[in-house]
Design a protein around this ligand. Sequence first.
Ligand code: SF4
Ligand code: SF4
Length: 424
Amino acid sequence: MKYAFTPEQLADPQLGPAAKAVRSCVHCGICTATCPTYVVLGDERDSPRGRIVLMKEMLEKGGAPTPETVHHIDRCLSCLNCKTACPSSVNYQRLVDQARTHIQDHYKRPLGDRLMRWALATVMTRPRLVRIGLLLAKIGAPIAVLLPGRLGAMAKMGLMARPQGPEPVNFPKPAQVTQRIAIMPGCVQGALAPQIDTAVGRVLARRGIELVALEGAGCCGSLPHHMGREHEAREWAKKAITAYEQGKYDGVLITATGCSAAMKDYAHLFAGDPVWESRAARFAADARDFAELCTPLAATPPHPLRVAYHPACSLQNSLKMNGVGEAMLEAAGFTLTPFLESHLCCGSAGTYSILQPELSGAIRQRKLGHIAAAQPDVLVSGNIGCLQHLAAGEGLEQPIMHLAELLDWAEGGPKPANLDLSRV
Ligand code: SF4
Ligand code: SF4
């Protein structure tokens, strides 16, 4: 695609890769069929190809974008299905990330929108504040369920949370330690579902991996990053990098695939920074996802439970680990229940489910309809955002849990509290 970026823009370490992504697009439209927002809305401006044109014009011109441009870019999930489908290898991620940062820096959103985004970036990155929010949602449940729009979406997600047990501080130590991995505390997951990290600790201990809580780190920064709040994302990343540099580890883990993808991209977050780029690159090289560490154990007997697996977009399109979750479940003896459009985003996408509740809800209901038609016994995913979002949908009858919880149970760990075996 032709463009008019200046040599200075092309040389910019953040804008340059976005401009190159524009140049690679040949406007073929192959990506459109894989885009969940285009599939639901049928509007070219809500397709990858249409958004590339809008983002190119916005970034070339600089300055404040039009409300229409912001509207269509805001409706992008950043699921990166288009990036995977594109035969010209257009790096849509660089473009949409840069577009979000540009909007954050140059566009004045209505006051309510600014307040909501500030609240999400402030509360959801801090487990203590998330816990207070959960408590308030439970106290105000009769009113909370009646709230419209974004507030209703946020309240509903809080009401669906079923934390089981405290956040793990110490993890089981394997008899023979083969790897010592630092585990990031993360943000919302610790408050909403601490049982996930507990299960991960047991699963990895069976594989000789000792987890050590990474003191001094917090959120990975992916949440503010997806709202274009690059400065805040970098501050969180710096905390994580500094904390990791204080110890000797064989790697660093976070147990949500969306966060793993963000950590593995830290070098770009600091591109051009003379101090932090190389430190970020070292950290990113050591970042691990649960799916990389959870190697199959010795042959496991077949299990009658039929499992529908929802692969998070971050696992498929950012980490490029397509089919890995399914292989882990099959290796553990489970029978996979395939369902239609399993490769499409569920509509969660970080804060998207709160900021775009109607569209996100429509995408979710389409997914839940396909899952219901397949009639599994249990629904599994590897990302807390997908788990919470799908659980808050209408008509999901199956229990839903993190991949690690089900694997842990299959390997002799405790049965997940919501796993109903009477269905089998
Ligand atoms: S598939 Fe790739 S090259 Fe074709 S329109 Fe989409 S982004 Fe552009
Ligand atoms: S990132 Fe996802 S929602 Fe956004 S344009 Fe690409 S496929 Fe569509």
